[in-house]
Design a protein around this ligand. Structure first.
Ligand code: FAD
Length: 544
């Protein structure tokens, strides 16, 4: 836990005088109740994953005060959200909506515009509105976490239903999907599995998408498209609306599952392995997101700090990694493949046999027998996650440094060995040159490969923080030169990433800006999110 004392008065948004701002706050308090409007005049408490701050980024990569909220408000209903939006339009106060604020590695709960008012939807709007056991669907509010949904499915005794979870179970089911988050059952593409949104627009109207627009419908969560243009996409990774309800398909219990682990010795094995993975994944013989991790993360997943393995400066030496892994049940290796097969035993065995035959074509490949792994081994955490049970074990690697923070470079590539190798070489070059440590994970969603490079740093070391940011910036530019673009990024890197999507004289951003100015004429909602700035801010020095 780390708490920052503050010398300054509460930050207020640019463009409004201090007294008018507090007048506006009083007005909002009278509408929502004093207890639901909090001015941010307390020390900045970074908390930890289960108690994340809603005023700033708990893993700040710059000074916390740069990206800090002026106040936090807690709506209890869609009606309250409308009131907040109308209020913000009246006073031209920027808003920043969060569901639960656990977007660690991407900016946490911090607003992109200093002094914006954070709308913490999760605190009071946390109801599971429906779980339909026949259609295998659910409808949730922003404050429903993976733990919450999982426990409710269990409580109702719906043994035939699974949910899909990301590495950590404390996030918002709705918030994670809005940021195109991923999990590790066959339903891992969260946005693809959604059906139906309720959205408050930046001018305060409420819209239901898809079948939700049909009064009295009974198909909102079973058919996402409805009639006419499918507008849901414009509300993900955007600043065009505040989502207050979201529906999802739930996975039927497949009747059994079995996780497996293979290790691969050499760095170059990545190329052959990815070539093997592609056809297996597209054919769904590899049924969940392919997960190829670099072995250094195994040491960090022990939960021990870096200093327990190596006291020296600079990037963690490869020989040290091998030396420590030798005694680990996985043995010395460079890459680890964590996967899971689903269905009854006979169905699983057919797939496991094909996977074994194909993976063993890589010289030196080894299958690790799960039977030799103790219950505390990380493998069993992956097994839980891949079968839809929320977990927190993944947090262990964040402790690599005291006050550990991380930031991610997350480019998308075709699932080809040559691309995987090129990305690996690009990341490795910066890894060694920067002296920071990287944890790498190649994840194959279906046809595409996401590389997630987590760069870990000590939040109390300004040099490490600034190096991490510089490294990210270099990787984004170098990646774009090779044709790789990020699927998601830290809020401080949004302008740069958006700038790489520049085909046809930035036609996409021009379109996004046109939409922004039309839907949000006063530019109050999350200015700068995904690099989209409203007219009121554009070209006035906010872009970085
Ligand atoms: P929030 O932070 O509440 O929201 C996410 C974003 O959406 C924010 O930018 C917010 O402004 C916007 N938003 C939220 N709610 C609304 C709304 N109602 N209307 C409009 N906009 C909104 N992520 C993964 O996807 N998969 C992983 O496997 C994964 N592993 C992780 C492992 C570790 C160790 C750590 C530290 C993080 C990991 N993450 C992963 C990243 C992150 O923790 C999760 O994605 C988390 O679910 C995001 O936080 P949240 O759900 O609280 O969303």
């Amino acid at each position: 836990k780390r708490i920052r004392p503050r010398q300054c008065l509460p930050v207020i948004p640019q463009g409004i005088g201090r007294s008018r701002f507090f007048l506006a706050i009083d007005e909002l308090s009278s509408q929502l109740g004093n207890e639901n409007v909090e001015v941010n005049d307390k020390p900045l408490d970074d908390g930890w994953y289960m108690e994340p701050p809603n005023t700033h980024d708990g893993m700040a990569i710059t000074d916390e005060e740069e990206l800090v909220a002026s106040a936090v408000v807690y709506p209890g209903s869609t009606d309250d959200v409308q009131k907040i939006v109308q209020w913000a339009n009246k006073y031209l106060i920027p808003l920043h909506p969060i569901s639960m604020g656990r977007n660690f590695g991407y900016g946490g709960a911090a607003p992109r515009v200093r002094g914006a008012v954070v709308i913490d939807l999760g605190k009071r709007m946390n109801k599971i509105l429906d779980i339909n056991p026949d259609d295998s669907t659910c409808l949730v509010e922003p404050g429903v976490s993976y733990y919450g949904l999982y426990e409710e499915v269990q409580r109702r005794g719906y043994k035939h239903l699974w949910i899909d979870v990301p590495d950590l179970g404390g996030g918002s089911v709705l918030g994670n999907a809005l940021d195109h988050g991923v999990g590790y059952t066959p339903y891992g593409d969260h946005w693809a599995m959604h059906s139906g949104l309720e959205v408050v627009t930046p001018t305060g109207e409420v819209v239901r998408t898809g079948m939700g627009a049909l009064p009295g419908n009974n198909t909102w969560q079973v058919f996402p498209y409805g009639f006419g243009p499918f507008i849901d996409g414009i509300f993900s990774q955007s600043n065009y609306g505040i989502v207050t309800k979201m529906g999802f398909g739930l996975m039927p219990n497949p009747g059994g599952h079995e996780s497996f682990l293979y290790t691969f010795e050499k760095e170059e094995d990545l190329e052959q392995l990815v070539e093997i993975v592609r056809p297996l994944r597209i054919a769904m013989i590899l049924e969940n997101a392919a997960n190829i991790r670099h072995a250094l993360q195994v040491l960090a997943l022990s939960g021990k700090p870096r200093s327990a393995f190596y006291e020296g400066e600079g990037a963690f030496p490869r020989e040290k990694m091998n030396e420590h892994l030798k005694d680990h049940p996985y043995g010395a290796c460079t890459w680890l493949y964590f996967g899971t097969c689903y269905g009854p035993k006979e169905a699983r065995q057919l797939k496991l046999d094909i996977i074994h035959r194909e993976f063993m074509k890589v010289p030196g490949a080894r299958r690790i027998d799960p039977a030799v792994l103790p219950p505390s081994d990380y493998f069993w955490s992956r097994d839980k996650i891949a079968s839809g049970e929320p977990d927190l074990e993944e947090l262990a690697w964040v402790n690599w440094w005291p006050n550990g923070g991380h930031v991610a470079f997350s480019p998308v590539a075709p699932t080809r060995g040559v691309d995987a190798l090129r990305l690996w070489q690009m990341a490795k070059k910066h890894w060694i040159a920067s002296g920071l440590d990287f944890f790498l994970d190649f994840v194959v969603g279906l046809r595409e490969l996401h590389l997630i490079v987590e760069c870990v740093y000590d939040r109390d070391d300004p040099k490490q923080r600034s190096t991490a940011l510089e490294v990210m910036r270099s990787l984004i530019d170098e990646g774009a030169e090779e044709g790789y673009g990020e699927y998601r990024t830290h809020l401080l890197l949004s302008d740069q990433v958006a700038g790489t999507y520049s085909w046809n004289d930035n036609a996409l951003m021009k379109f996004n800006e046109k939409l922004k100015d039309c839907l949000d004429p006063n530019g109050i909602l999350a200015p700068g999110r995904s690099g989209i700035w409203p007219a009121r801010y554009r070209g006035r020095g906010w872009e970085i």
